[in-house]
Design a protein around this ligand. Structure first.
Ligand SMILES: *[C@@H]1O[C@H](CO)[C@@H](O)[C@H](O)[C@H]1NC(C)=O
Length: 91
């Protein structure tokens, strides 16, 4: 991840909470190394993730390129917000 404007920024990262060891079928080059498309939306995976994404994937309804998302068993976030820094004085 690098702060360059108008350049393809790689992918991002995701912190995962999983009820097992190892992530079979995940790709380091797609979907943040998270789920694959076969098991996306499968409630039996019981995976919770917090993604720090820098790319807007339309197929996952990403709100914009630079965002933080909460994911439950899915590559599509159940909640997302623009990533950034807002000092207390702006509230
Ligand atoms: C997707 O992930 C599941 C569970 O890890 C795995 O069993 C399956 O083989 C993977 N599918 C692909 C196409 O990699």
């Amino acid at each position: 991840m690098a702060p360059y404007r108008d350049a393809l920024p790689v992918h991002g990262l995701v912190f995962l909470f999983v009820p097992f060891a190892g992530m079979e079928g995940a790709s380091s080059s797609q979907n943040l190394g998270f789920l694959n498309r076969t098991i996306d939306h499968n409630p039996n995976t019981r995976i919770f993730g917090v993604e720090f994404d820098v790319f807007a994937n339309q197929e996952f309804s990403d709100i914009k390129d630079n965002h933080v998302g909460i994911n439950l068993n899915s590559l599509t976030s159940i909640f997302a917000n623009e990533a950034g820094y807002w000092p207390d004085s702006r509230r």
